[in-house]
Structures are given as C-alpha cells and as structure tokens.
Design a protein around this ligand. Structure first.
Ligand SMILES: O=C(O)CCC(=O)C(=O)O
Ligand SMILES: [Fe+2]
Length: 382
C-alpha cells in the first residue's frame, strides 16, 4: 500500500435506493408490428421531455423515426407504449423488472403528491442561479468558466451557483414532501444505502428539471474540467437531497459515488460541522489504497455554493454537530464512459494510484536504461 494514510475501505456506489428485482419472470410483449429498417428522415418526431419515462426522452424521439408508417400519426401515448415495449426487451430480465417496479413506484407518488412550489418543477435559470454563474455558462468559454471556479484541491471545483431564494423554495418543497410521506405513511426509498433520511427528487416530479440542470449547466463544465471520465457525455442522473443534524443522519462514511461527476450544493439551513473530506480519485482496482498527503483536503459547506468532483473521488462528510444541514446532490452518469471503461485497464489519466504506478514504472525503466548505459560505457573504457 502506498501513501501515509489508511482509511476503512470506502463504500462503493452507495446504491440508489431502487427496489430489488422480482424473482418471477415477467412476460415479454412481442409487438405485432415491426420497426422500419431505415429512419424516416422526413418525419419530425415529437418531444417526450415532459413525460415520466424509464428511458431518456431523446431515445423516444430518435426511435420515432423508425416507427411503422401507419403509426407515425398515432397519439403520443400509443407511440410511447409501442416503443417502450421494444426498448424493455433490450434490458436484461432483472433490469426490466426493476425498471418497471420503479416506474410504478414513481407513478404512485406523482399521482398522489401535490407539489408546494410549482415554480421549481420547470427550469428557470435566471431565478435559480446567481448572475455570475449564468454569465459564465452563457459565455460558454473555458476562460469564462475558469473565472468563477476555484480548485482548492486537485479535482475539487467550487463555485457560487444557487440563489438563496431557490434554496429556500427547494427546502420548503422537500419539507412538504416529507410531511406528506409522514401523513400518508407512504414508504419511500432513501437516496442510497448510506442514508436513513433525505429524499430522491426524481421520484416526486423533479426529474425533468434536474435533467435540464445537468444538460445545460453541469455538462458544459464537466466537458472542460472532467473530459477523461465522460464529462462531455453525461446522459443520466440520480438527483436527491441529504439531511444531517441531531434528528437526521449525523455524518456520512467514506465512499465513492455511483456517478462520473457529482454536483453537491448546500441549501442551508443553519448548521455547524458537516465538512466534506476528500482522499484522492481511484479506479475500482485501487479504491482501497492509501492517500498521498496532497490528496487530503477538507471543505466547509457554504449555502448556495456548489462543489463538483468525480464520483470516484473518495470522500465522506463529517458530523453535523448542531443545526440542520440540507444538501442537493446530482450524481451525473455517462453511459458511453461506462461502456468504454469495460475495455480499459489503465486509468492513469484520472486514478491517482494508476498514475503513481505509471510514473514509478517510467522512473524504474529510465533508471534501468541509465545503469545499462553506464555498464556498457564502463566495459568499453576497459
Ligand atoms: O453530505 C455531503 O455533503 C456529502 C453527500 C455525499 O457525498 C453523497 O450523498 O454522495
Ligand atoms: Fe458522495
């Protein structure tokens, strides 16, 4: 083991609170009509963005061009049903049942829960974000982004992001949701296996808004700062809030997130403690190795200020010693990166330990070449 620090092994992924697959096989629906072999280029597909779907809405828009011609002008609901049945066939059985169960779970919440602050459910950049953040995103250059971002430790980016009013509204919505959960005794899934408190925002209607947050605001930053982990191709997310304090979770153990890039923004309220501690980025193989002194970093949350880091950047949260801390988390994922990762062994462009090992191999190889040259030199002198 390298480095001077040992931590207990980080929890990997932390799960995302999704129900376990059912054992009984579900019947596979075989559509009586087939997709076309070639896309109908003249057809203008509908938007599926506003629907609660178990696949990315853009997949439905793309697939619509392949629908049998007689279906093209069917209702959106009929087209969704047809395409969804086809897409589900491509998921492994366990995944398919899991996706179906999760869809039903969400549907149940959404059809019964009455949102309090409706303005949160559609993206309003000007009222959500502080002007400096808006400007940097709108200018959309590396320089403009760098001008608002600090990097107090390698790979830990921080910047002012959310308006105080937005934070208040989101906290009020979460409290309203929790009151509804208590009143109705509805059993909700927590954000992941590490939390007893907190709520999954995607499960009660905020998925579309959070998708827009990822697409329009987090992906442009990740593309510049985290290109090696699929920062430019983030295409799905898990969005939730965590709550800490005497009456909630107290701290959060050492772990890595099930994400390529994680956005963590403090929403308030008043609290002390709760610092994030970081211990360097690691691939699967090296997740339990020690940390180098330069990888050790503590960050104190400030309401409205975002922290952006790799999911594989090992971290945890210290005890919130007084008050109530609520943070918004967006675990952003890239399916392209995950697929490519299966065929790679060396992650020295982002894993601290792969990189250290690679440098060590290069150093050893240079030293061996030098001593070989010196030996040959010595022989020729004699
Ligand atoms: O409490 C925090 O700020 C950290 C939360 C976190 O790391 C997580 O939920 O993955
Ligand atoms: Fe985390």
């Amino acid at each position: 083991m390298s480095g001077d620090r040992r931590e207990s092994p980080p929890v990997i992924g932390g799960g995302n609170g999704v129900v376990e697959p059912e054992k009984k096989p579900a019947p596979v629906i075989v559509p009586s009509q087939r997709l076309r072999l070639h896309a109908n280029k003249d057809h203008m597909p509908e938007s599926y963005e506003d629907l609660q779907l178990d696949f990315c809405p853009s997949i439905f828009s793309s697939l619509e061009k392949y629908l049998p011609p007689n279906m093209l002008h069917d209702s959106r609901e009929e087209k969704v049903k047809f395409m969804r049945d086809i897409l589900l066939k491509y998921l492994p059985h366990g995944e398919r049942t899991r996706a179906q169960k999760h869809r039903e779970y969400r549907q149940k919440i959404i059809s019964h829960y009455k949102p309090l602050k409706r303005e949160l459910y559609t993206m309003h950049p000007v009222t959500f974000f502080v002007p400096s953040f808006m400007k940097a995103i709108n200018d959309n250059t590396e320089d403009s982004l760098r001008s608002i971002i600090s990097e107090p430790s390698p790979g830990v980016l921080t910047f002012e992001m959310l308006q105080p009013r937005f934070c208040e509204l989101l906290v009020a919505e979460v409290e309203n949701f929790e009151a509804w959960v208590n009143d109705t005794k509805f059993r909700i899934m927590r954000p992941n296996t590490m939390n007893k408190y907190g709520a999954v925002l995607d499960d009660f209607g905020l998925e579309t808004m959070l998708d827009k947050l990822m697409d329009g605001f987090i992906r442009p930053i990740s593309k510049v700062f985290f290109p090696d982990v699929g920062g430019a191709t983030l295409d799905s997310h898990h969005g939730f809030v965590v709550e800490y304090g005497k009456d909630w979770d107290v701290d959060l153990g050492f772990h890595v997130d099930d994400s390529e890039v994680t956005l963590n923004v403090c929403l308030g309220k008043q609290f002390s403690g709760g610092e994030l501690f970081f211990r360097g980025t690691r691939c699967d193989k090296h997740v339990n190795t020690g940390s180098q002194p330069e990888e050790i970093f503590d960050y104190s949350h400030i309401p409205g200020r975002a922290v952006l880091h790799l999911g594989r950047h090992r971290h945890g949260a210290r005890a919130t010693t007084s008050g109530h801390r609520i943070n918004l988390l967006l675990w952003c994922r890239s399916s392209v990166f995950r697929e490519m990762k299966k065929y790679q062994k060396d992650f020295s462009n982002w894993c601290g330990e792969c990189s250290r090992e690679k440098k060590e191999r290069q150093r050893a190889s240079i030293a061996a070449t030098k001593s070989e040259l010196l030996r040959k030199d010595g022989e020729s002198v004699v």
